[in-house]
Design a protein around this ligand. Structure first.
Ligand code: AMP
Length: 300
């Protein structure tokens, strides 16, 4: 089934304790699209400047990502993010954020995308997420992501958006920031009172928590010893999850649990190299292979 995503398309500069990369392909919608492309076609809505290398667009197209909703702003500069991981790679600092054309982004959903059944509002200003939602016709499932910047600076817009989504995906620190609750179960319960029917709290190397009115479902992260760059873990997790749901064309509680498992597996690959490099080297069969190992690890 059709899967639409709106979010950032970025050129990232990343510092880890071991290595540095400058101006590599990044962005929430980029990681999401690639991860989802293992399962389904993707319709992408985003914005870049004319400094955006055309090869990135070609690469996405080669993965059946429809880029008809990508605006290229003449004379504009692409969104740039610079981040640094500390010795404990769970800790990240944003060193620089240049919103550039993403700061004045007015998303236009092409006519051919408006009937999308599954919609993911990847990390972007809540107003951009809302504007996208206004242009789609009654989707079957709407899920949003967010981050600390938007919770701090545009909380009212975010609360307004949450009334219109079925699910919210965010990390543990963001869940606490949004709800003023230190306990994640209480935070998740509070989020369900804001609109979403389910929330997925990502906890980095500690896995993920799905919370619905039926209660919690928990998964550990796949234990990889080769963490090179955690950037995009959350977005690739969401891409794997939403791609699987769109492929199955349902989002009942059981399918949602399986989707979380695929999200976990895709994210575990993504962190094994910079940018999208590791994902580019694997296929759907690799995901299923790792999933079988993951299942083995949890039998007791
Ligand atoms: P993640 O590691 O899953 O949180 O995603 C990191 C990606 O999000 C990077 O590729 C960044 O380009 C992008 N990003 C960072 N800050 C923002 C922001 N405020 N809005 C949208 N995307 C962002």
């Amino acid at each position: 089934m059709s899967l639409l995503v709106v979010g950032s398309l970025a050129l990232d500069s990343v510092e880890t304790p071991q290595q540095v990369r400058d101006d590599v392909l990044g962005g929430s919608a980029t990681y999401f699209s690639y991860a989802a492309s293992y399962f389904t076609d993707v319709r992408l809505v985003g914005v870049v400047g004319d400094d955006w290398p055309a090869e990135h667009t070609e690469m996405l197209r080669s993965r059946n990502v429809d880029t008809a909703g990508m605006q290229v702003i003449a004379g504009g500069k692409t969104f740039r993010w610079r981040g640094k991981y500390l010795t404990d790679m769970n800790e990240r600092e944003t060193l620089e954020l240049q919103l550039n054309v993403f700061g004045s982004f007015d998303p236009v959903v092409p006519e051919s995308f408006r009937n999308s059944r599954f919609v993911f509002l990847a990390n972007a200003a809540p107003k951009v997420q809302q504007r996208t939602l206004e242009q789609v016709e009654r989707p079957q499932l709407i899920v949003a992501d967010t981050m600390d910047l938007w919770i701090r600076e545009t909380k009212d817009d975010l609360l307004q958006l949450l009334k219109h989504v079925d699910g919210l995906v965010l990390n543990d620190g963001e869940a606490k920031l949004l709800t003023h609750e230190e306990n994640l179960i209480r935070a998740a319960e509070k989020i369900l009172t804001l609109g979403p029917k389910f929330v997925v709290v990502k906890k980095g190397e500690h896995g993920a928590l799905l919370y619905t009115e039926e209660g919690p479902f928990v998964l550990p992260a796949y234990p990889t010893g080769a963490v090179v760059d955690p950037t995009g873990a959350g977005d690739s997790f969401a891409g794997g999850m939403m791609g699987f749901l769109a492929h199955r064309n349902q989002a009942d509680p059981q399918t949602l649990r399986q989707a979380l498992v695929y999200g976990t597996i895709v994210a575990s690959y993504n962190v094994e190299d910079f940018s999208l490099e590791r994902m580019k080297g694997i296929e759907r069969e690799d995901l299923d292979h790792r999933l079988a190992l993951y299942r083995q690890m949890m039998i007791f």
